[in-house]
Write a protein that binds this ligand. Structure first.
Ligand code: ADP
Ligand code: MG
Length: 630
C-alpha cells in the first residue's frame, strides 16, 4: 500500500513538533478532545434539522481509554466522523494559513515556540507524545468506515475498515519513556483526569473514562477490613463553566469557591465582576479583585494575566495582554467563541479581538471600582490599601496616558479628615479663593504632621494631602491639575494660606531685612539657593523649602535608587522674621558678624533636620549648639 506524503509545510511542522522543541507536550489531549467536541457539535447541529440522525444533545459523549500494556491511548467520539476525502483534506495537511503563520512566528529559533502552547496546533500535536496514530472513523450518512494511519513525518495511509457506529476513534501509541520525558504518564488515569480538568473542564459534552477505585469488601469484617479495586465510568469534566451561567443564578459562595480553587487563594475575593458582552466581539468574563495582596505582588515573580478560553477550552493560562498594567492584580477568566484554538486562524485577528476585549475589561473594572468607592467606602479603603500603589503607578506610567481614567480612583491621606480621601472630596471642601490642592510629602503621616512648614496652612484650616509613598509626588506631578486646580507642595515657599497670603507678604517685610538675608546667603554660600522671609512659618523660626523642580522627598527617593548620581533639590532657607531668634540674628549681624555666621550655619542645619535631610557635618552641628549654650 503506497504511503502518501504530507504537504511540505505540514512536514516541517511535524518535524519541529516531534523533535520536542515545545515542552508542554500535555496540550495534545486538549487538542484531541476539542476536535472530538467539535465533531459532536457538528452532528448535534445536523440533528436539529435532520430527524434521521436520531440523537439529541444528551446522547453525545467523548470517551477516553488507556491500555497501559499496549501503550494505547484512545479518544472516541460519536460525532460527525470523516470520510476518505475528509481524512485527506483534514489530516493530510495542516490548515495552510496557520502553518504559514506558524513558520513566520517560529522561524528557526526554538525560543519563540511558545506560540504553539498559546494557540495550539491541533491534531498534529498528538505526535509529540505518540509515535504512531490510528484514526478509525465513520462519517454520518456513509456506509464505509476508514482507517488513517501515520507514524509521523514519513506520511500516512488511508484504508477501508470496519466500524459500526458513526464517529471517530483517535488511537495514539504512546512513545517509549526517555530520560527526559516519562510519556507513560499519559496512560495513567490520574494524569488524564488532571489534564481534562485543567484544559477541557468546560467542554459541553461529557468526557468519560473508566476510573479505578478502591472499596471495602462487602463481607469483610469491620475490624479487619479487606479492600478490593473496581472500576467505574466517570465523567471527568464539569461541563458548564460558571462564567457561562447567568449572574443572578449563581450564589456568592459558588463564585468564592471557584475563585479560591482556581487561583489558589485561601481568602474569598473582595469583588466579583461578571461581564457578558455581545457585539463586535462576543465574550464572557469573570473577574476577581483579591481581598489581599499576593505576597509576591510587587516582585518580579508575580505573573499577571487572565485565563483565556475559547468556547470552554483553555488557550492560555496567563494572558497579560488582557489587562492594563494598572489592573494587573485582577484575576479571572475570559471566554470568547470568536477566538480560535488553533493558530490556523490568523494571529493578527487574535490581537485585534484581544485588544477590544482588553479595553472593555479596563472600563468594566474602572466602573466597578468607582461604584465601590461611592457605595462601599470602607471596602474601597481596604482595596486601596492592597492595590492603591498600583493605581498610582498607573497614573505615572506611559507618560500619564491613563491619568484621566484613573484620577477619580485615587485616595490620599487628608490632614483634616484624618483618613484617605478622593480628589473630588478634597475639591468639594476647598475654601473660597483656594486655588491649589495642597500636599506635603514625607516619611509618615505623623512626621508630616509635625512639620513646622505646615503650621500656617493648618492654622488657617486648610486641608492638606499627605504623601507618604515614593510614587505620590510623581503622581501629582503627572496629574499636574485635577479639575483645573493645580497641585502645590505645602512645603514650597509658595504655599501661603489662601486667605491671608497677601497680608503676610506685606508684614514679612522682605526689604526691611535685606541686609540679614544677604549676610546669611553669603555665609552659607552654595549650600542654599536663596534666603528669604517665610510666608508659611508661624511659631517656628526656620525651615527649608525646595525650589520649583525636585522636592526633598524626591531627592531622598533618587538618593536611595541611584546614589551614584544623586539629584539635589534646591534649598531655600526660610526665616520667620516675627520670631525672637530672627531678632537675635539681626542683632548679631551688626554687632558680632562671627557669631552671626554661626547662627546662620545652625539655622540651616536645623532646616535640614526638619526636612529629614542628612547633615553634612553632624558633629560640627552639635559642637556649635554646645558652644552657643555656654
Ligand atoms: P482544527 O480543529 O483547528 O480545524 P485540527 O488539526 O485540530 O484543526 O483538526 C483538523 C480537522 O480534522 C478538523 O477541522 C476536523 O475537520 C478534522 N477532525 C479532527 N478530529 C476529528 C474528529 N474527532 N472527528 C471529526 N473530524 C475531526
Ligand atoms: Mg482542533
Amino acid at each position: 500500500m503506497a504511503k502518501k506524503q504530507f504537504k511540505a509545510e505540514s512536514k516541517r511542522l511535524l518535524d519541529l513538533m516531534v523533535n520536542s522543541i515545545y515542552t508542554h507536550h500535555e496540550i495534545f489531549l486538549r487538542e484531541i478532545v476539542s476536535n472530538a467536541s467539535d465533531a459532536c457539535d457538528k452532528l448535534c447541529y445536523k440533528a436539529l434539522t435532520d430527524e434521521s440522525v436520531g440523537l439529541g444533545r444528551k446522547d453525545f459523549k467523548i470517551e477516553i481509554r488507556a491500555d497501559k500494556d499496549a501503550r494505547l491511548l484512545t479518544v472516541s467520539d460519536n460525532g460527525v466522523g470523516m470520510d476518505k476525502e475528509d481524512l485527506e483534506r483534514n489530516l493530510g495537511v495542516i490548515a495552510s494559513s496557520g502553518s504559514f503563520q506558524f513558520k513566520q512566528e517560529v522561524g528557526d529559533d526554538a525560543k519563540d515556540t511558545d506560540v504553539i502552547g498559546q494557540f495550539g496546533v491541533g491534531f498534529y500535536s498528538a505526535f509529540m507524545v505518540a509515535d504512531h496514530i490510528t484514526v478509525v472513523t465513520k462519517k454520518y450518512g456513509c456506509d464505509t468506515a476508514y482507517m488513517w494511519q501515520s507514524s509521523g513525518a514519513d506520511g500516512y495511509t488511508v484504508t477501508e475498515c470496519e466500524k459500526d457506529a458513526v464517529g471517530t476513534d483517535i488511537i495514539m501509541h504512546i512513545r517509549p519513556d526517555t530520560d527526559d520525558e516519562k510519556y507513560s504518564e499519559f496512560l495513567e488515569g490520574w494524569r488524564i483526569q488532571e489534564l481534562v480538568r485543567k484544559y477541557s473542564d468546560y467542554i459541553r459534552f461529557p468526557i468519560r473514562m473508566e476510573v479505578s477505585k478502591t472499596r471495602k469488601k462487602e463481607d469483610s469484617p469491620d475490624d479487619k477490613p479487606e479492600y478490593e479495586t473496581y472500576s467505574e465510568v466517570e465523567t471527568l469534566n464539569s461541563m458548564v463553566p460558571i462564567w457561562q451561567r447567568q449572574k443572578s443564578k449563581v450564589k456568592k459562595e459558588e463564585y468564592d469557591k471557584f475563585y479560591r480553587d482556581k487561583f489558589s487563594d485561601y481568602a474569598d475575593p473582595q469583588r466579583v465582576i461578571a461581564v457578558s458582552a455581545e457585539g463586535t466581539v462576543t465574550y464572557k468574563a469573570l473577574l476577581f479583585i483579591p481581598s489581599q495582596q499576593p505576597f509576591n505582588y510587587y516582585s518580579k515573580d508575580f505573573e499577571a494575566g487572565l485565563q483565556l478560553y475559547s468556547n470552554g477550552v483553555l488557550i492560555m493560562d496567563k494572558c497579560a495582554d488582557l489587562l492594563p498594567e494598572h489592573f494587573r492584580f485582577v484575576r479571572g477568566v475570559v471566554d470568547s467563541p470568536d477566538l480560535s484554538l488553533n493558530i490556523s486562524r490568523e494571529l493578527l485577528q487574535h490581537d485585534r479581538q484581544l485588544k477590544v476585549i482588553a479595553s472593555n475589561l479596563d472600563k468594566k473594572i474602572r466602573a466597578d471600582l468607582a461604584k465601590m468607592m461611592k457605595d462601599e467606602p470602607e471596602d474601597y479603603a481596604k482595596f486601596w490599601k492592597n492595590f492603591g500603589r498600583q493605581l498610582k503607578y498607573g497614573v505615572v506610567a506611559d507618560f500619564g496616558t491613563h491619568k484621566a481614567d484613573l484620577q477619580d480612583l485615587l485616595l490620599f491621606y487628608s490632614s483634616t479628615e484624618k483618613k484617605p480621601v478622593s480628589l473630588a472630596d478634597y475639591l468639594s471642601r476647598m475654601k473660597e479663593g483656594q486655588e491649589s490642592i495642597y500636599y506635603a510629602a514625607g516619611e509618615t503621616v505623623e512626621s508630616i504632621d509635625r512639620l513646622p512648614q505646615l503650621e500656617g496652612l493648618k492654622d488657617a484650616g486648610t486641608e492638606i494631602l499627605y504623601f507618604t509613598e515614593d510614587v505620590d509626588e510623581f503622581t501629582a506631578q503627572t496629574l499636574m491639575t485635577y479639575q483645573e486646580k493645580k497641585f502645590l507642595s505645602a512645603l514650597s515657599g509658595d504655599a501661603a494660606p489662601a486667605e491671608d497670603g497677601e497680608k503676610k507678604q506685606e508684614e514679612s517685610g522682605e526689604d526691611d531685612h535685606k541686609a540679614v538675608f544677604d549676610f546669611v546667603k553669603e555665609a552659607l554660600g552654595d549650600q542654599v539657593k536663596e534666603v528669604k522671609a517665610s510666608k508659611i512659618l508661624k511659631s517656628h523660626p526656620v525651615c527649608l523649602t525646595a525650589g520649583a523642580g525636585l522636592s526633598f522627598e524626591m531627592e531622598k527617593y533618587f538618593a536611595a535608587v541611584q546614589p551614584e548620581q544623586a539629584l539635589k533639590a534646591d534649598r531655600i532657607l526660610e526665616l520667620n522674621t516675627a520670631h525672637p531668634v530672627f531678632a537675635a540674628l539681626e542683632r548679631a549681624v551688626t554687632d558680632d558678624p562671627e557669631k552671626a555666621k554661626k547662627y546662620a550655619t545652625l539655622l540651616f542645619d536645623q532646616g535640614l533636620l526638619i526636612a529629614g535631610l542628612p547633615l553634612e557635618d553632624p558633629s560640627g552641628y552639635t559642637d556649635l549648639v554646645c558652644e552657643l549654650l555656654v
